[in-house]
Design a protein around this ligand. Structure first.
Ligand SMILES: [Zn+2]
Length: 356
C-alpha cells in the first residue's frame, strides 16, 4: 500500500488546537517538555529496576521472593517503557536533545531498538493510526483480527479469550523475533525502513549483545539455568501483557474507528487531527496513580495530537481539547475506569472475531 494522504482543509481543527494549546503554554509560562518532574520519576523507576535486578541476580532470593520480585520487575520495565523511553523517543522528556536520546536508549538496554521503534511508533503508528495495512500496531495477523478489513479465520472466534496469552508474549517476541524481522527485511509491515547508517547498525548489534549478556548470560552464570528461566519468563510475560494492554486500550476498543484511504486516490476522509481523535480513546484520566504509572498514555488523545508535549501537561491540555471537540461536534472517546476500557477491548475483539 502506498502512503495514505490526509484531507487538506482550510481553517483546520488541527490549526485551531495548536493555537489554543500555544496560548495556554504562553499564559502559564511553562516549557512543553517534562524536565524536573519526569527526571524524578525516571530516577525512581531506574533505581527500583536496579535494586530488583541486583537482588535477583547477585543475592539469590527464596522462591516466593524471587517470583514476587520478577513480577515487579516486569511492571517496572513496562513503566520505564511508558515514562522514559516513550517520552525520550518523542523528544518530550527534556528540552535537551541529548537527554532525550539518552532516555530513548533505555529501550536498547531492555532488548529493543530505538531506530526500529522510531519508525514503527513515531512515524507510522502516530501518523496512520488504525489504518489497516500501514499501522503495525493492529497487525497481529494471522493470530488476531483487529479490523474488519483483515482476513477472518475460525480461531478468531476465541481471540477475546486467548489474547491475554498472546499479549504476554509481545515483549519476548519483540526483542527476539520482530526486531530482527524488521532489520533483515528492511521493512515494517508494508512500509520500507529508511536507510540505516553504520552507527545505526552498530547500535543495533551492540545493544542486542549487551542485552543478552545482561539478561541471559550473566544471570544464568550467577543463579543457574532453571532459576534464570523462571525469573526471565515471569518478568517478560508481565511486561509484555502490561505494554500490549495499555497500547491496545488506546485504539482498539468498541468506539474507535478504522478508516481506510480511498482506493484510487489514497486520500483519507478526514484531516489528520480529526482522524487521530476518531481512532483514539482515553481511559481513567481522573486516576492519578494510573496516569503516573502509564506515563500519561491514558491521555492518549492528547498524546496523539501533541506527541512532542510531555505527558505531565496532558491533564491541563485535555480540558482545552475536550472543549474544542465539543464546539466542533467531534466525539471525544473516554472510558472513566480501566476496567471499562478493558471490557470494551474484550467486546471489540469478540466483535472482530465474529463480524463479516
Ligand atoms: Zn507515542
Amino acid at each position: 500500500m502506498s502512503v495514505p494522504k490526509f484531507a487538506n482543509v482550510p481553517h483546520s481543527f488541527h490549526a485551531e488546537l495548536k493555537k489554543r494549546i500555544g496560548s495556554y503554554f504562553e499564559e502559564v509560562g511553562k516549557s512543553t517538555t517534562g524536565d524536573y518532574p519526569i527526571f524524578m520519576k525516571a530516577v525512581i523507576l531506574m533505581v527500583t529496576f536496579m535494586v530488583i535486578y541486583v537482588h535477583l541476580v547477585f543475592f539469590t532470593p527464596g522462591v516466593v521472593m524471587q517470583i514476587l520480585e520478577s513480577i515487579l520487575l516486569g511492571g517496572v520495565v513496562a513503566a520505564i517503557g511508558f515514562n522514559v523511553m516513550h517520552d525520550g523517543a518523542h523528544g518530550s522528556f527534556s528540552k535537551y536533545k541529548w537527554i532525550n536520546s539518552f532516555a530513548a536508549l533505555s529501550l536498547n538496554i531492555l532488548g529493543g531498538n530505538n531506530f526500529m521503534w522510531n519508525v514503527k511508533h513515531n512515524v507510522i503508528h502516530h501518523a496512520f493510526t488504525n489504518v489497516d495495512g500501514v499501522d503495525d500496531d493492529i497487525d497481529i495477523q494471522p493470530w488476531m483480527r483487529m479490523s474488519t478489513t483483515q482476513k477472518k479465520y475460525r480461531l478468531h472466534k476465541y481471540q477475546h479469550i486467548y489474547f491475554w496469552f498472546l499479549y504476554s508474549l509481545l515483549y519476548i517476541f519483540w526483542i527476539f523475533v520482530l526486531d530482527y524481522q524488521k532489520y533483515f527485511k528492511s521493512k515494517i509491515g508494508s512500509m520500507p525502513l529508511k536507510k540505516m547508517k553504520l552507527s545505526d547498525h552498530l547500535v543495533f548489534w551492540g545493544f542486542k549483545v549487551f542485552h543478552l549478556f545482561l539478561f541471559v548470560g550473566l544471570p544464568i552464570y550467577m543463579v543457574g539455568f532453571t532459576s534464570w528461566l523462571i525469573s526471565f519468563l515471569i518478568f517478560t510475560l508481565v511486561a509484555g501483557l502490561v505494554l500490549s494492554l495499555v497500547f491496545q486500550l488506546a485504539h482498539t476498543v468498541e468506539h474507535t474507528a478504522f478508516p481506510m484511504p480511498h482506493e484510487t486516490t489514497g486520500k483519507m476522509e478526514d484531516e489528520w487531527a480529526v482522524h487521530q481523535i476518531k481512532t483514539t480513546a482515553n481511559f481513567a484520566t481522573n486516576n492519578k496513580l494510573v496516569s503516573w504509572l502509564v506515563g500519561g498514555l491514558n491521555f492518549q488523545i492528547e498524546h496523539h495530537l501533541f506527541p512532542k508535549i510531555s505527558h505531565i501537561h496532558y491533564p491541563a491540555i485535555s480540558k482545552i481539547i475536550r472543549q474544542a471537540c465539543q464546539e466542533y461536534g467531534i466525539v471525544y472517546i473516554e472510558y472513566p475506569r480501566v476496567r471499562y476500557a478493558v471490557a470494551s477491548h474484550v467486546a471489540f475483539l469478540k466483535q472482530m472475531g465474529r463480524a463479516a
